[in-house]
Design a protein. Structure first.
Length: 245
């Protein structure tokens, strides 16, 4: 059985290097393969980079990778070196993700405006709203992700305009609404599998997060353009992979 971890990391930000290093080591230990999209398929002003992850199945097949199950994960994440193999404790029948409860303003505004403009009548319970930075699936889900690409072909300009006009996320709310529109069977995993918005939970100090879960998502941090994200990730990588080996 061939399992893939797929990541979009376009550009040379130092946090991308750290994330790839962490996931690469975990994949090697767990007999998985890390595949990184590091070149844009379309310029960012034509398609958001995060949305380009939905070409993953086509890219894997074009490169003739043998695969059964796929995790697509954000490039501002680190996985604990001793994290269990999530492929082994889930099934290929469901789509798995983790609830995003970092900012309900962000969640509810995104759902509201994309719903009004593109998904009339489609509803998402905010307590089951997923963070798209961890999507665990199998080959059976390829038709759904083809629907994501077809949506962009038809409504991509609208998605970009809505995102810009209302200051919304670039694909996460859309993905959540599409899951419900197409009645995709899903299951929420515990927070420990995608630990988002850690500053709001006050678990960054003294590496408290490392005692609470397995995948650390360094979003919701201030000072991203001043290097604070890469600083936190590098510090965490050294703690997990070097100091505590």
């Amino acid at each position: 059985m061939n399992n893939i971890v797929f990541m979009v990391a376009i550009g040379d930000r130092p946090e991308y290097r750290i994330s790839k290093q962490s996931w690469g080591e975990w994949c090697e230990k767990n007999d998985c393969k890390l595949v990184v999209l590091d070149q844009e398929i379309f310029p960012q002003d034509k398609m958001f980079y995060n949305y380009q992850r939905y070409y993953m199945f086509h890219l894997l097949e074009n490169e003739e990778f043998e695969y059964d199950r796929v995790l697509t994960v954000d490039c501002d994440t680190i996985i604990h070196p001793n994290a269990p193999n999530f492929f082994d404790i889930t099934t290929r029948d469901k789509l798995y993700f983790v609830n995003d409860n970092g900012s309900y303003d962000w969640v509810l505004r995104g759902l509201e405006w994309y719903q009004k403009n593109l998904f009339k009548g489609v509803k998402v319970n905010f307590w089951e709203y997923g963070n798209s930075g961890f999507q665990l699936m199998s080959k059976k889900h390829k038709p759904f992700y083809d629907e994501m690409l077809e949506l962009w072909d038809v409504k991509g300009k609208d998605i970009m305009n809505i995102s810009d006009e209302y200051g919304l996320g670039k694909e996460q709310a859309v993905w959540n609404l599409m899951i419900r529109k197409h009645n995709i069977e899903y299951e929420l995993l515990p927070y420990k599998w995608n630990m988002t918005c850690m500053p709001k939970k006050e678990i960054l100090d003294n590496h408290l997060y490392s005692k609470l879960g397995w995948i650390y998502h360094f979003n919701g941090l201030e000072g991203k353009n001043q290097g604070f994200v890469s600083y936190c990730m590098e510090r965490s990588y050294k703690y997990l992979y070097e100091e505590n080996k």
